[in-house]
Ligand binder design. Sequence first.
Ligand SMILES: Nc1ncnc2c1ncn2[C@@H]1O[C@H](COP(=O)(O)OP(=O)(O)O)[C@@H](O)[C@H]1O
Ligand SMILES: [Mg+2]
Length: 253
Amino acid sequence: MAMLEVKNLSKSFGNLKVLEDINMTVEKGEVVAVIGPSGSGKSTLLRCINQLEKAGGGEIKVCGTDMLLKNDSGKTVYADSKTLREIRLKTGLVFQNFNLFPHMTVLRNITEAPVCVLKKNKQEAQAKAMELLRKMGLETKAKSYPCELSGGQQQRVSIARALALNPEILFFDEPTSALDPELTGEILKVIKELAAEGMTMVIVTHEMAFARDVADKVVFMEGGYIVEQGAPEQLFGDSASDRVKQFLQRFNN
Ligand SMILES: Nc1ncnc2c1ncn2[C@@H]1O[C@H](COP(=O)(O)OP(=O)(O)O)[C@@H](O)[C@H]1O
Ligand SMILES: [Mg+2]
């Protein structure tokens, strides 16, 4: 079953076309890596899918439900607000800069949305948060504040926070770009474990070895377009387009 279907998606900021004719599908349990130079529209794509940015045209379907669609007169419209809210709960987004609430403890960062948005019982939410913190190797940090943690630890908290809402599909926007190589490794390990558990994920990354290793599919974007997408063996192999080869060369030196 397709967890995400994007068709002919476009987006402009004023006169600047940022996404054009984007088509991609993510199947259940698939890991898709999105790569490409800075400014190519990767973050905007994730933000459109996660309803943080308004799309210009095209179609988006999440877990089989239309989020952005063409109405009977062929006009691009969003689903009603109830449907949009339901879809929002099915997707999680992990940001490059963690975006934790600085004035809340690690535990409260994770329980805030389940308790305040999903109206979950506080004890249950805390038990689930502790379970996720254990999974992230951070059970001793529940009472700490984000500023007391390393970047890698903060990013693991933000992954736990996203998982606390039981998303059907998890998006990562350069989750290791703010981290030094050692801390990068601990985040990549967590993402690899989630992949092994069958989590459906879309990961924007500059970690090419990781993308090649973990992704089922790789999408290369440039200038608002998907230049090429396919199996990692294809994009990282000899059959890739010259532009993809040229881009990847920088990472091989
Ligand atoms: N809020 C915004 N307003 C105007 N232009 C934006 C905005 N966000 C992104 N852009 C522009 O859209 C293009 C794509 O940006 P982005 O999606 O952040 O690319 P990437 O994540 O691949 O680096 C860039 O030219 C960027 O300057
Ligand atoms: Mg970006």
